[in-house]
Design a binder for this molecule. Structure first.
Ligand code: FES
Length: 113
C-alpha cells in the first residue's frame, strides 16, 4: 500500500562535468543510491521503502538531491556517507534529517504541489 511505504527518489541525472547546471551524478548520487539500496537490504527494510532513480527534479544546485515520498521531504547535498543517517532516522524512525533539508523555497515542492 502506498500509505505504508516510502519511495525514495534519488536524482541520477547526468550532465557533462563542465555544464553550468551541474548534475546530481557528478555529486555522487549513483553511490548514494547504491548505498541506500544496500542498507535497506541489510536492515531488511525493503518492504517499508523503495529506492528509485529519477531524472532531474529541477533543483540541480542542491545535488545530490534525494526526495522522500509521500512525506515530501527534500534533501540536498547528500553524499554517500549520509545514506545511513537518512535510512536510520527517516526510513526506520520517521524523523527527517534536518541538516540535509533543502529550504522549502528552493525545493521542488511545486513538482508535486
Ligand atoms: S540534476 Fe539532479 S535535480 Fe537536476
Amino acid at each position: 500500500m502506498f500509505r505504508d511505504k516510502r519511495y525514495v527518489l534519488v536524482c541520477t541525472n547526468e550532465r557533462a562535468a563542465d555544464h553550468p547546471k551541474g548534475s546530481c551524478t557528478n555529486c555522487g548520487s549513483l553511490e548514494v543510491r547504491e548505498r541506500m539500496k544496500s542498507l535497506l537490504e541489510e536492515k531488511n527494510l525493503k518492504s517499508r521503502a523503495r529506492i528509485l532513480a529519477t531524472s532531474c527534479m529541477d533543483v540541480c544546485e542542491n545535488g545530490a538531491v534525494v526526495c522522500v515520498m509521500p512525506d515530501n521531504v527534500w534533501y540536498g547535498g547528500v553524499r554517500p556517507e549520509d545514506a545511513e543517517e537518512i535510512v536510520e532516522k527517516h526510513l526506520e524512525n520517521g524523523e527527517p534529517v534536518e541538516r540535509l533539508l533543502i529550504p522549502e523555497e528552493m525545493s521542488g515542492l511545486s513538482l508535486f504541489g
